[in-house]
Design a protein around this ligand. Structure first.
Ligand SMILES: N[C@@H](CCC(=O)N[C@@H](CS)C(=O)NCC(=O)O)C(=O)O
Length: 216
């Protein structure tokens, strides 16, 4: 981390959370110094009163900025763009920015919520049923995304520059693979995913490099 200490930042996150990975990746990409506090979702720490006081949404991630708390990964990512404009993750061209936000929303609002822990547990107590549900919805969502990316992607989701769209895509593919979605039928997504996984900031933010990560 090399960026000057403009703010005191602490990220509340879970190692395997795709929403947390998005934010960790931006922080590493921009070289922003931050502390981190793991919130164990499997132990229900997101529902502890002390955490709910910080983030009433009861999800990770949350970012503490100089003693103020904020939830919602996209709100956090947009703030990081405004406050740390070096190494931007939004394009200059406004139509491209809209394309990036369209892809982000497709993933963040359209795909990720249906595989959330709380949703899976409400749907079924059987892990096999949960996995089937998650796999079907993620697979269907990624097919739609693949069609969209055919008209926007070059090296990355929108053109040849890394953007927030890629920060949303790669963690979602990690989840897809956890739920055994076959992404070999999605060549654009697969190619972008492989490219991004080689980026040092993506790797530093990846689940296997976080405190508390396990093999499962
Ligand atoms: N819209 C929120 C969603 C956050 C979210 O769903 N986080 C998941 C982990 S990726 C979570 O905390 N799940 C806990 C639960 O379902 O109880 C965001 O983008 O930050």
């Amino acid at each position: 981390m090399t960026n000057s200490a403009k703010h005191n930042l602490t990220l509340y996150h879970y190692w395997r959370s795709s929403c947390s990975w998005r934010v960790r990746w931006s922080l590493h990409h921009k070289g922003i110094k931050f502390e981190d506090t793991p919130i164990n979702l499997l132990h229900g720490e997101q529902n502890n009163p002390a955490y709910l006081d910080k983030n009433p949404g009861g999800y990770v991630p949350a970012l503490e900025v100089d003693g103020n708390f904020f939830g919602e990964s996209l709100a956090i990512l947009e703030w990081l763009e405004e406050e740390y404009p070096e190494k931007p993750l939004l394009p200059k061209n406004s139509l491209d920015r809209m394309r990036v936000r369209q892809i982000c929303q497709l993933i963040v609002s359209g795909i990720q919520p249906v595989q959330n822990l709380a949703v899976l547990r409400r749907f079924s107590s059987d892990p096999a049923e949960q996995a089937k549900w998650a796999s079907e919805w993620i697979g269907a969502g990624l097919c739609k995304l693949e069609s969209l990316l055919k008209s926007t992607a070059k090296t990355y989701c929108v053109g040849d520059t890394l953007t927030l769209a890629d920060l949303c895509l790669v963690p979602q593919i990690y989840n897809a693979q956890r739920f055994k979605v076959d992404i070999s039928t999605l060549p654009v997504i697969s190619r972008i995913n492989e490219t991004c996984l080689k980026l040092p900031a993506c790797d530093a933010a990846a689940p296997h490099n976080q405190k508390g990560a396990t093999a499962s």
